[in-house]
Ligand binder design. Structure first.
Ligand SMILES: Cc1cc2nc3c(=O)[nH]c(=O)nc-3n(C[C@H](O)[C@H](O)[C@H](O)COP(=O)(O)OP(=O)(O)OC[C@H]3O[C@@H](n4cnc5c(N)ncnc54)[C@H](O)[C@@H]3O)c2cc1C
Length: 640
């Protein structure tokens, strides 16, 4: 069976962004083609074999809530599941899965192969086919031309990718894979600006050569949470991780060899991720710290390879081996894969709209590392947005734009297209001003109705979602309507946590008290005899933090006022002389879509926003005046 060379949507890339984009577009009924340099590495995890963690788990759960794949894949292939920050507030709690790297990638590839409207094909895109200001398809390295109404570029670190180990360098998309050479030049010839970034990965160790005897164990949770709220998932035996630390010897080795690092010798020009620094970076930047933690994380059930989390480096191989052997438990360990850094071209995302479509090229979308982020979850979140919007573009429908207040996904996209970010962007909970509204436990209630409306959430998921929401509503109702008397059970249980009860109270009134956990209420007044209520977190948080949540909702309403004011796409800001020169230049470069977006651009001051408001109001009055004048003329003409 040959490949039909005419598609609605072409997704270039089979990484985490490409997988979500292809899933969304094909499930929305569009004839979709996914192209990858190597089909064996679809869904590959080139760095950490893990999904989730602070900020990232929120993204993974949001993608799941919209009908994406990352959550189900992580739940089907975990080695270990653990909730981080479990003793802290609900806004910052984060699920993290240690994943079986090969199983994860196989799962994604097999899943994509089963989608009826999706074709997978191995092929390197060399050039885009453009007519006027519209994308029409792609041309592959061996000359095949494939037509499409929309293209989603999810090329990761492959554009002019160069990997570095010490002063040795080699063109590669990532270790062992061809780079995409010439595609950046093609993008520049189409009018795009490109930049250069870098990222790195740590060495992998042969687990059989590690002495775990004295190393602290990091186990999974006994009753783990999951990424997807769908209930069909395998129960897998959990595998422990371990911890080790750098020693004085490690620091001496690194300091003595800094001149061998391509970053410190000035050979790498790309900017690296500030929040995921290399070990040489950590030793230089935090010179007063005498030790850094590393985690020993298994890469799979069918391999002995161990990922040395925290030890990303681009020092020469011999130095890496010395570093490894300076760590407790790893004195005799052998390295099976060396750490390396990769430098690559990216497209600054301010050239794209909130739909992730290029401002100057209709039908051309991008998502993932190519837009300046780092991380699987960040890529997946953009992938689903770009895939949905590419499909909606083909169907001639308005794009799906997620507000900052709706999700971390909306926050991520807004940050990318608004702020001129010069380093790999990684999601953190501190990036959201609405942290209490955007919790991982309520991702489904925020986004599943949107996923349903756009056609990504199927009957089964929708039924599970509705049942869950009904149960939450019923439990809140029960808590507010059940009144309990201060009998000896309640008095004893409350006094244990330093609380008193002098009169009868509703369960909701009790739960509102900061020290009273839902588990205490449930132990004395269960929702169902003999069975724990499965959705305690959203119920408890909504009740306990009701005041704060209300305040954040009020902030959202204020922000929405600015976000609903559209700015003309062709507005020449140089004509607004009351703006500073710097602001005029910035606004002309970024061309914000709304007043709210303009206000969030770095360096745009409240006074600048006032100038824009006055300009818009004057324009509106001029238009009304002109319309009135026209109506009068028309009436006069009709009367004469
Ligand atoms: C060395 C390294 C270190 C990393 N370190 C970290 C880290 O410390 N922390 C972190 O969070 N993330 C890290 N990452 C990033 C993480 O792997 C990526 O952010 C994530 O995989 C990006 O997903 P993506 O879908 O954008 O691209 P990728 O997963 O890279 O997928 C790119 C896809 O595009 C395809 N492709 C590329 N060019 C073409 C073309 N011309 N034609 C056809 N197909 C093409 C490739 O075949 C591939 O399928 C690292 C990645 C690498 C390579």
């Amino acid at each position: 069976m040959g490949v039909d060379m005419d598609f609605d949507v072409i997704v270039v890339g089979g990484g985490h962004a490409g997988a979500e984009a292809a899933n969304a577009s094909s499930k929305m009924g569009l004839k979709t083609l996914l192209l990858a340099v190597n089909l064996d590495t679809v869904g590959a995890m080139p760095c950490n074999p893990a999904v989730g963690g602070p900020g990232k788990s929120h993204l993974a759960k949001e993608v799941d809530a919209l009908g994406g794949v990352i959550g189900i894949a992580a739940d089907a292939t975990y080695l270990q599941l653990r909730t981080l920050n479990s003793s802290r507030g609900p806004a910052v709690q984060a699920l993290r899965a240690q994943s079986d790297k090969r199983e994860y990638s196989n799962w994604i590839k097999n899943y994509l192969e089963t989608l009826p409207n999706l074709t997978l094909k191995q092929g390197m895109v060399n050039r885009f086919i453009v007519e006027g200001r519209r994308i029409c398809g792609v041309e592959l390295a061996f000359g095949e031309r494939i037509k499409a109404k929309a293209v989603v570029l999810c090329a990761g670190t492959f554009l002019e990718g160069t990997i570095w180990i010490g002063k040795q360098t080699q063109p590669a998309g990532r270790a062992g894979e061809f780079p995409a050479v010439g595609l950046s030049e093609n993008l520049r010839s189409m009018g795009f600006t490109t930049g250069r970034l870098k990222t790195g990965t740590p060495p992998r160790i042969d687990g059989r050569t590690i002495d775990y005897t004295n190393l602290p164990v990091v186990p999974g949770d006994e009753n783990p949470d999951f990424f997807s709220f769908l209930d069909k998932r395998p129960v897998l035996e959990q595998v422990p991780c371990h911890q080790t630390r750098t020693t004085e010897k490690t620091h001496d080795i690194i300091r003595a060899n800094l001149h061998e690092s391509p970053m410190y010798s000035g050979m790498i020009h790309g900017i690296g991720p500030r929040y995921c620094p290399s070990i040489e970076d950590k030793i230089v930047r935090f010179a007063d710290k005498d030790s850094h933690s590393f985690f020993l994380e298994p890469e799979g059930r069918s391999t002995y390879e161990i990922y040395l989390q925290g030890c990303s480096t681009s020092l020469p191989v011999a130095v890496q081996q010395q570093i490894v052997n300076s760590l407790p438990g790893l004195e005799n360990a052998s390295m099976v894969r060396a750490a390396y850094a990769v430098e690559y071209d990216y497209l600054p995302a301010v050239q794209f709209t909130h739909a992730l479509m290029a401002k100057d090229l209709d039908g051309f979308f991008a998502a993932g590392q190519i837009l300046g982020t780092s991380g699987y979850e960040e890529a997946a979140a953009q992938g689903i947005v770009a895939g949905i919007n590419a499909a909606r573009y083909c169907l001639d429908k308005e794009p799906m734009i997620l507000a900052r207040s709706s999700s971390y996904t909306g926050t991520l996209v807004d940050d990318l297209v608004t702020k001129e970010i010069g380093e790999p962007y990684r999601m953190m909970t501190s990036r959201s001003e609405y942290r209490l509204l955007l919790r991982q436990d309520n991702a489904d209630s925020r986004l599943t109705p949107i996923g349903r409306e756009i056609g990504l959430v199927d009957e089964y998921r929708w039924r599970i979602f509705c049942e869950k929401q009904d149960a939450i509503r019923a439990e809140k109702e029960r808590l507010s309507s059940t009144r309990v008397k201060p009998d000896e059970n309640w008095i004893a249980a409350l006094s244990e946590i330093g609380e008193e009860m002098k009169q009868s109270l509703t369960l909701e009134e009790l739960l509102r008290r900061p020290r009273v956990p839902y588990s205490l209420i449930e132990s004395l007044s269960p929702s169902e005899e003999g069975r724990e209520f499965p959705h305690a977190m959203p119920v408890e948080t909504d009740i306990k933090y009701a005041g704060y949540i209300e305040r954040q909702r009020h902030q959202v309403e204020q922000a929405e006022k600015y976000d609903s004011v559209k700015l003309p796409a062709d507005l020449d800001y140089t004509t607004l002389v009351h703006l500073s020169k710097e602001t005029r230049e910035k606004l002309n470069r970024i061309r914000p879509e709304t007043l709210g977006q303009a206000a969030r651009i770095g360096g745009v001051r409240p006074a600048d926003v006032s100038v824009l408001m006055i300009f818009l109001e004057t324009e509106r009055r001029n238009r009304t005046h002109a319309e009135r004048g026209k109506n009068k003329t028309d009436l006069a003409a009709a009367g004469s």
